[in-house]
Design a protein around this ligand. Structure first.
Ligand SMILES: Cc1cc2nc3c(=O)[nH]c(=O)nc-3n(C[C@H](O)[C@H](O)[C@H](O)COP(=O)(O)OP(=O)(O)OC[C@H]3O[C@@H](n4cnc5c(N)ncnc54)[C@H](O)[C@@H]3O)c2cc1C
Length: 432
């Protein structure tokens, strides 16, 4: 197979990249699962935007402070300054965000934000954004989708990428040549027992990058979300109790029903406090009280969370819910420049799998959808400007090399993360 651009992943970053590529380029989007099974569909809280020029310094400072000032400042500037454009694109495609009666956007707040600056659609913002993008990309004649098709390797030589090797739905291994390859494969939550991510997101791109000496950055920067619904039953993935719930006033209690922490601390610090409290109390969770949110606001803003808790046996209008931290987000990844270009020619990485340094050591809530979109558009811009067509001799694929690949790749990524030894990673959570 041959295409102009191969995009690996059908989350918001892969789709938005496709939307921004020229219509005369043939684009192939492959995904390991079905088109809608990706973390972009799960995002609850919302997407940050620069709502006015006056908020720029404060937004910039909040992002840096949450990231422990290890952020790439240029990336932060690019992300914030491009946010109004991205929002305008999404609205023009038909995405719907909460508005007041006069038709003005309403902004919500989450932990470590000085001001409300997050646009949202109930508590299913990711689904609203990503289903809108998917609908628009499906309308494009130059885009083909292949579901249940997994990238298992890159075709590369002399540090130049010529496309990918994939395993198709019926188990065949085949090559796809491309002038440009975009890795949009999301996070690494599938490597964990307890994670909010889809199980099939196992950092495959990272393993492939390690195999070919493509530069990675900060693979030990892994975000643990402070509040997921505790369950003593085995689950596919941990259910997130969005940070915007705390932004709107929810409180956290110890086993005796006493507040023990500022609920709006940055995620890493709050996670640490919750772990300490659980240890002190000898419990597997702490309590979260949503009754401190005005009832109307709770009903209108968080219908999905209310419903899920109900299914799990909790009435959030009458009682507290048990919450526990779980793996959530990957700040590190494949090292890219401000145009999302990796250290290998003709290879790009966008979204959660990429690291342009925007989040530093800890991501500020609701910066991920935005970052994924802003830098996917920049990758598309650079690809559009490149007129080079690549040719590679047909490759002889060693099919034996791809047997038991999942375990080999999992081991490769875990070993690298362990080597960088992040303190949370060495917990019993790893190794799903
Ligand atoms: C529960 C939850 C709530 C969140 N809430 C928010 C929020 O409110 N605001 C915010 O900004 N962020 C939020 N996030 C984070 C945000 O949703 C993600 O970081 C973002 O959507 C990542 O987008 P992506 O396109 O990089 O990856 P994804 O949307 O995860 O897509 C990855 C794609 O890659 C494919 N793939 C993976 N490996 C392969 C392979 N080997 N071959 C082929 N395809 C492959 C997958 O099938 C999938 O299609 C949340 C995340 C979760 C899990």
């Amino acid at each position: 197979m041959k295409t102009d651009v191969l995009i690996v992943g059908s989350g918001c970053s892969g789709l938005y990249c496709a939307m921004n590529l020229p219509r005369d380029k043939q684009i192939l989007i492959i995904t390991k699962s079905d088109l809608e099974s990706n973390d972009s569909f799960l995002a609850q809280g919302g997407m940050c935007v620069l709502k006015s020029k006056e908020d720029y310094q404060s937004y910039f400072e909040d992002t840096l402070k949450a990231g422990h000032y290890e952020n790439d400042k240029k990336s932060v500037e690019i992300m914030i300054k491009n946010s109004p454009d991205v929002l305008a694109d999404l609205i023009s495609y038909g995405a719907d965000f909460q508005k007041d009666r006069a038709g003005n956007l309403i902004y919500t707040k989450e932990g470590a934000h000085t001001h409300p600056r997050i646009v949202y659609h109930e508590d299913v913002t990711g689904r609203e954004i990503t289903s809108t993008l998917l609908h628009k990309v499906k309308e494009l004649d130059n885009v083909t989708f292949l579901e249940y098709t997994t990238l298992v390797d890159l075709i590369c030589e002399n540090n130049c990428c010529y496309g990918g090797v994939v395993r198709t739905k019926d188990g065949k291994i085949q090559s796809i040549e491309a002038d440009h390859t975009v890795l949009a494969t999301g996070g690494i939550g599938g490597l964990y027992k307890h994670s909010t991510n889809f199980k099939h997101l196992t950092g495959d791109s990272l393993a492939i990058a390690l195999k070919h000496g493509i530069e990675l950055e900060h693979v030990d920067y892994i975000q643990i979300h402070p509040t997921t619904l505790y369950s003593d039953k085995p689950e596919d993935r941990s259910f997130l109790i969005s940070e915007s719930v705390r932004g709107e006033g929810a409180k956290l209690y110890d086993k005796n029903g006493h507040r023990f922490v500022d609920e709006l601390l940055p995620r890493d610090l709050l996670t640490q406090k919750i772990h300490e409290q659980m240890e002190k109390d000898g419990t597997d969770y702490v309590w979260e009280d949503l009754r401190t949110i005005p009832e109307e606001e709770l009903k209108n803003h968080f219908p999905n969370i209310i419903e899920h808790c109900k299914q799990m046996g909790y009435d959030v209008f009458k009682e507290c819910i048990p919450v526990v931290p779980a793996q959530h987000y990957f700040m590190g990844g494949i090292k890219v420049n401000h145009e999302s270009h990796t250290s290998m020619e003709h290879l790009y990485a966008v979204g959660e799998t990429a690291c342009n340094g925007v989040h530093g050591r800890n991501r500020l809530a609701s910066n991920s959808l935005l970052e994924s979109l802003v830098f996917a558009k920049r990758a598309a811009g650079e690809i559009a400007n490149c007129k080079v067509h690549l040719y590679h001799e047909p490759i002889d694929i060693d099919k034996e090399a791809y047997i038991d690949l999942e375990n080999k790749y999992r081991e490769l990524v875990l070993t690298e993360i362990e080597r960088q030894s992040h303190k949370y990673v060495r917990s019993s959570n790893i190794g799903a």
